[in-house]
Design a protein around this ligand. Structure first.
Ligand code: AMP
Length: 187
């Protein structure tokens, strides 16, 4: 299965992605995780990405697209994957279409986790305390939510038109949300 999991920051996307990928037996490909690993490793890619991440902005496509193309070309992604956090812009949707086309495949399903805005801010502030993420201050959180609304929310219309979008309520206990997603995927 080739699945994209999307949703605003704080909707529980990362948590659900780990559980789902394990359950489906496919690699979890998170652009945020790849960027964070590069930041931690002090690589040139990490240094470039950090400026944007710390400001709550998206990393430029020139960096992000090549990174995903490379990752999707690995053997473990040949029979399926769970994409988490990519694509995030309409231009990235086109790029991903081309990458998958070149591999002779396409996305099977897109799951969007929906969430209440106040709940999301509360969750992210909590995560900031627990994990100490530099992009989790209230100001940056609000910026990230605005960027999501502006640049990523429009993607749902594209996937809805293709008939592959499922919108799932991301609020509630982790296991309840997982059950809702699996139900939508017919698993
Ligand atoms: P995430 O962990 O998915 O919330 O991603 C953390 C940060 O990494 C985002 O706020 C962006 O700065 C950057 N990022 C992750 N995925 C992308 C993407 N597809 N395009 C641009 N920037 C991204």
């Amino acid at each position: 299965m080739r699945i994209l999991l999307m949703g605003p920051p704080g909707a529980g996307k990362g948590t659900q992605a780990v559980v789902l990928a394990e359950r489906l037996g496919v690699p979890h490909i998170s652009t945020g995780d790849i960027f964070r690993a590069n930041v931690a490793g002090g690589t040139p890619l990490g240094l470039e990405a950090k400026r944007y991440m710390d400001a709550g902005e998206y990393v430029p496509d020139s960096v992000t697209n090549d990174m995903v193309r490379d990752r999707l070309g690995h053997d473990d992604a040949a029979n399926g994957f769970l994409l988490d956090g990519y694509p995030r812009t309409l231009a990235q949707v086109d790029e991903l279409d081309q990458m998958l086309d070149a591999l002779g495949s396409s996305l099977d399903r897109v799951v969007e986790l929906t969430a209440d805005l106040d709940e999301v801010v509360a969750r992210l502030l909590n995560r900031a305390v627990e994990q100490g993420r530099a992009d989790d201050t209230e100001e940056i959180i609000r910026r990230r939510l605005a960027v999501y609304a502006e640049q990523t929310a429009p993607l749902t219309a594209v996937y809805s038109e293709r008939g592959i979008l499922a919108q799932v309520d991301g609020m509630g206990a982790v296991k309840d949300v997982t059950a809702r997603i699996l139900d939508e995927l017919g698993i």
